[in-house]
Design a protein around this ligand. Structure first.
Ligand code: ZN
Length: 254
């Protein structure tokens, strides 16, 4: 996992930076004054699990003054979508979001002069779609400010808890070479989340944050070393596990 960017609280609607000191309270006041019609309830796992047609999700989002944005994508009723320049929408289902991680981007004014560090958020969506959570299009400035990445990471991990957050080379290898295993882990995690939400074991607070009434045992992606008959390491084998150390064979957290 990449080092998280500095802790800032940013308005998800207008980008106003409430700062790092007492930012949550300042943001709350900002929302009341600047965006009074924003519904009080934040997006939650319920919005992500909703199974509405895309048209319903879009009209629902358009009827809200506030937009629940992640970069230039809006999340509404189980869908992420953004308007395309030439009409129509780019969209994917929230349940298909499998793996997300921030990517550090160094911007340069000239070939050798580093002007700043920006972040982008990479979303890997099944079956093989990669989405960048950028701000509109337009050169180096289309990356997200670090505070927005921080917001997106935190919020998405609560709203889409079945996805795997953070980068590792093992996760990358599994996503690329053993894709079915990765998807199986996500399916199992999705089943666990659905069951826990339906039974009330997992709830979302007004701020969208998850509250577990009982510990929810989430399957994780693990690997072990595969060996040839002569004992040489011949690559890694991935599997889903609710316990990183299986009896007999050692599986590591990927
Ligand atoms: Zn604002």
């Amino acid at each position: 996992m990449t080092t998280p960017p500095e802790q800032k609280v940013v308005c998800p609607i207008c980008g106003y930076n409430a700062g790092s000191v007492n930012g949550k309270e300042i943001l709350r006041q900002h929302m009341q004054i600047q965006h009074p019609s924003v519904r009080e309830r934040a997006l939650s796992v319920h919005d992500a699990l909703a199974s509405s047609p895309l048209e319903t999700a879009i009209s629902e989002a358009n009827s809200q003054l506030a937009e629940d944005k992640f970069g230039d994508y809006t999340l509404s009723k189980g869908w992420f979508f953004k308007e395309k320049l030439l009409g129509g929408y780019d969209s994917f289902k929230a349940v298909d979001l499998c793996w997300a991680f921030p990517t550090k981007v160094t911007t340069k004014a000239y070939a050798v002069v580093t002007t700043g560090v920006r972040w982008d958020m990479t979303l890997n969506v099944r079956p093989h779609k990669t989405v960048k959570l950028s701000h509109e299009s337009g050169g180096v400035n289309d990356k997200l400010p670090s505070a927005s990445v921080d917001y997106a990471l935190k919020a998405l991990s609560q709203i889409i808890p079945w996805a795997i957050f953070g980068y590792s080379n093992y996760r990358a290898e599994c996503w690329g070479k053993y894709h079915d295993v990765f998807l199986k882990v996500i399916d199992e995690r999705l089943d666990v989340v659905r069951a826990a939400v339906n039974s009330g074991m997992l709830e979302a607070g007004v701020d969208g944050m998850l509250v577990a009434k009982k510990a929810v045992n989430m399957p994780i992606l693990t690997y072990k070393f595969r060996k040839t008959d002569s004992g040489k390491v011949a690559g890694r084998e991935y599997q889903s596990s609710t316990d990183a150390r299986e009896t007999g064979t050692t599986y590591y957290r990927a």
